[in-house]
Design a protein around this ligand. Structure first.
Ligand code: FES
Length: 279
């Protein structure tokens, strides 16, 4: 069992959980993930590591409450325990000096991009972080990112942060008004990462995305997380999560991500009924 050292509502519908896991914290590198099973009846889901603190012996993850498992996670409190916590998993982000790097994060990916932006800055790159949310009140960790990059740019889908703009428009406008970046890295929902890929493809900018398909074992044995990249089948858990955004077969990825949608909705309805009954 793994103890929850901190559980907080970060912004509406996004939770932050810090878990006591000293062995994972000692080894975790930017871009890696953990697999969580909340209780003995729970499914296993991957979560990107947002922070690893080897001194405290803790790992921090950020997640959106969208289904049964994340609902169960959100219902836990500081001091509670989760059943399983496995990691660090996946190939760490490739950190090297390339010049100017745009680090893009949205939703849970704002947390996920933070250690990558920090490592890229430490490697000697000029780092511009762009974070996206539907509204200004859904953005978070600006203070952590400001300390980890040369410039922080925020983008909101409404007009709560100066004016309405989505990430693809922002990238286009940013690149036209500034120097062309040498590398773009995006972490967040599939929709956002696909938009980033489309925005940078014609501009010829190398773009890396962190894929998070459905996973079970996280060690390359079940085949559940397979994705098609450059015409080849890859396992996101052991070959990724980093992939060339312009080589990803996005339609197939989206289709595989929603293949259990009916079961997920049924499970969520049963979970919510049970919780209401308890209340
Ligand atoms: Fe099983 Fe990747 S999660 S092979």
């Amino acid at each position: 069992m793994f103890k929850i050292l901190l559980k907080e509502n970060l912004v509406p519908n996004l939770q932050v959980v810090k878990i006591e896991a000293p062995e994972i914290a000692k080894k975790a590198l930017p871009g890696q993930f953990v697999i969580i099973r909340v209780d003995e009846y729970g499914e296993r889901i991957p979560m990107t590591i947002a922070e690893a603190d080897p001194e405290e012996g803790s790992i921090t993850v950020i997640f959106m409450e969208v289904g049964t498992t994340t609902g169960k996670m959100a219902s836990l409190k500081t001091g509670d325990y989760i059943e399983n916590f496995t990691g660090p998993l996946g190939v760490p982000a490739e950190i090297e000096k390339v010049g100017t790097v745009l680090c893009i994060g949205g939703c849970y990916g704002i947390g996920g991009i933070t250690p990558i932006a920090r490592a890229m800055k430490e490697a000697g790159n000029k780092v511009i972080s762009i974070i996206e949310g539907r509204s200004k009140r859904l953005l978070y960790w600006q203070d952590k990112l400001e300390g980890s990059c040369d410039e922080l740019v925020t983008v909101t889908g409404d007009d709560s942060d100066s004016y309405q703009e989505w990430i693809s428009e922002k990238i286009d406008r940013y690149i036209k008004g500034n120097e062309k970046p040498d590398l773009v890295i995006a972490v967040g929902c599939t929709f956002m990462m696909r938009n980033v890929a489309e925005a940078t493809k014609d501009l010829g900018i190398k773009t890396i995305v962190h894929l998070s398909p459905i996973m079970v074992d996280g060690t390359g044995m079940c085949g559940c997380c397979r994705v098609e990249v450059g015409g080849t089948t890859k396992f996101a858990c052991v070959d990724g999560p980093e992939f060339d955004a312009h080589e990803v077969e996005w339609d197939l990825l989206v289709a595989r991500q929603v293949q259990y949608l009916a079961e997920e909705i049924e499970s969520l309805q049963m979970f919510e009924c049970t919780n209401w009954t308890k209340v």
